[in-house]
Design a binder for this molecule. Structure first.
Ligand SMILES: [Mg+2]
Length: 226
């Protein structure tokens, strides 16, 4: 059975840390300032607090202030200079194209932004679907709502899925569901719920061969993983 690859977007398929995340943080702080009547520092602190507590500033805004998610996402994801902000890894397209099996994107970002980034990365045509925060009923990963809706929509069995992510918490949720997991991370640590670790998506072909090896070992010796 060919795997179904489920890719996170930000800091998995591209590096959002230098330009995109600081821009989103500034936009969210400005939104909180404007709509909650806060000064810049209090708005920034509340944004970080909601992010830590709920995994997304949006969730805190919806829960405590009745914020309309569409309005929030529209105003906090305006990128007049997106082409200059997206950092494209060399060989990304090549690495993705050579992976056997269907590919999906599952992102906590809004649909319009995710599609624009994939287009700038020149890989938008390689994915069957972009499952964004709107499709997850505005409940971000690692919450189960999005995972379950994604599996249902594409009639997937978690055992056939490989989740590729930079967030360890999201991979832990994927593993709990029975998916195989690839962690995109540069640190030496490797938790038990990670099947394969790579530093960049350029190493995906290597990840695939390691997944196949561990699969064969499991079949041959009945070794339980995860
Ligand atoms: Mg990410």
């Amino acid at each position: 059975m060919k795997p179904v690859w489920i890719f996170d977007l930000d800091n998995t398929l591209h590096n959002a840390t230098p330009h995109i995340f600081p821009h989103i943080n500034r936009s969210m702080t400005a939104y909180l300032q404007q709509h909650l009547g806060l000064d810049e520092q209090s708005a920034s602190e509340l944004r970080v607090h909601y992010w830590h507590r709920y995994g997304a500033t949006l969730s805190g805004m919806m829960k405590h202030h009745g914020t309309d998610p569409e309005h929030f996402l529209w105003h906090t994801h305006q990128f007049p200079g997106l082409p200059q902000m997206v950092l494209r890894e060399p060989h990304l397209r090549h690495a993705l194209k050579n992976l056997p099996g269907r590919k999906l994107v599952f992102s906590n970002a809004p649909q319009r932004y995710a599609r624009a980034v994939l287009k700038l990365l020149r890989v938008d045509d390689l994915f069957d679907d972009v499952f964004a925060i709107e499709q997850a009923c505005y409940r971000p990963k690692p919450q189960m709502t999005g995972f379950m809706r994604l599996l249902r929509k594409h009639r997937l069995n978690p055992a056939q899925c490989v989740m590729v992510e930079d967030s360890a918490e999201n991979l832990q949720a994927a593993k709990r569901l029975g998916m195989r997991t690839v962690w995109v991370d540069a640190t030496p640590r490797s938790p038990a719920y990670v099947d394969v670790k790579i530093r960049s998506v350029r190493e995906l072909p290597r990840a695939l061969s390691r997944l196949i090896q561990s699969e064969l070992k499991r079949e041959r010796y009945g070794v339980k993983t995860g």
